[in-house]
Design a protein around this ligand. Structure first.
Ligand SMILES: C[S@@+](CC[C@H](N)C(=O)[O-])C[C@H]1O[C@@H](n2cnc3c(N)ncnc32)[C@H](O)[C@@H]1O
Length: 256
């Protein structure tokens, strides 16, 4: 697999942070949340409870903090942890502009140092969900949750990874990698748009891990690009993402 992916990903996100400031600004001002690479509306995906009053919520790998803000606006008490000081700087700046009382923490989502059973709701959108090792961050999410608590996370669909060429060029209607033993991909040395180390598992791999940890799956969604999508985003052509699931959302619960 890979060496010190935590430091690698931290360095990459610190360097890339300025490129996300404008997007973040837009996301913070949305009336209705939009998720993932293709801005799918919360109305169709329902990742967040409508009412989060009295809910202790944490976002793992919170980036520029817009998901944290969406939860705050629904009434939650919100903590957001990210490993990149530069991403957190954008998030803190936007929180000040929006008068948002969010507890931001600089740290590793795989090892937050926060107390056991201190949250009712854990979420990750392209944060820990793809940049952290599944076994490690899922066990951390479990530890942080109170009995009856929920974890919702969005990341790439395994199909989008196996259809992505090894050189980092855009996904195709062809299988470029084995599905068996999928763990993710190291994008640091690829020819096209190198980035960090990302994790993903086969469907059976995810399900086995949830069962080992004792998470119950309450819902699984496969996400496509909307009909009006055009062009290419994150090395996935819109036409591909309209016909094949580009992202997945897992809804899990910790038994009461
Ligand atoms: C695409 S952003 C996703 C967050 C948010 N939804 C957004 O778009 O602003 C990915 C974030 O994951 C963070 N990240 C990567 N590895 C991490 C780790 N081990 N612990 C905490 N955050 C991590 C990065 O610093 C980055 O800010």
């Amino acid at each position: 697999m890979t060496g010190d992916y935590v430091s690698t990903n931290k360095d990459i996100w610190n360097a890339d942070a300025p490129n996300w400031a404008e997007f973040a600004h837009r996301q913070w001002t949305l009336e209705t949340p939009e998720w993932g690479t293709w801005n799918n509306s919360e109305d169709g995906i329902n990742m967040l409870p409508a009412d989060m009053a009295q809910v202790d919520a944490i976002e793992l790998g919170s980036g520029t903090g817009y998901v944290a803000y969406w939860m705050l606006r629904r009434g939650a008490r919100v903590t957001a942890i990210d490993i990149s000081a530069e991403q957190l700087a954008t998030a803190r700046d936007l929180a000040a502009q929006h008068d948002a009382d969010i507890t931001f923490i600089e740290g590793n989502a795989e090892e937050t140092g926060l107390p056991d059973a201190s949250f009712d709701f854990v979420i990750s959108e392209y944060g820990a969900s793809i940049w952290c090792k599944p076994e490690t961050w899922l066990r951390e999410a479990w530890r942080l949750l109170r009995p009856g608590g929920r974890l919702v996370f969005l990341g790439n669909h395994p199909l989008s990874l196996i259809c992505s060429p090894l050189d980092g060029s855009p996904a195709q209607r062809a299988l470029h990698r084995p599905y068996k033993d999928m763990w993710g991909a190291d994008w640091t040395e690829v020819e096209y748009e190198p980035t960090g180390v990302c994790f993903n598992l086969t469907m059976a791999g995810w399900m086995d891990l949830f069962a080992q940890i004792e998470f119950a799956v309450t819902r699984y969604q496969e996400v496509y690009a909307p009909d009006h999508a055009m062009g290419e985003r994150a090395a996935i052509p819109a036409d591909w993402a309209k016909e094949y699931p580009v992202e997945q959302v897992w809804h899990l619960s910790k038994p009461a």
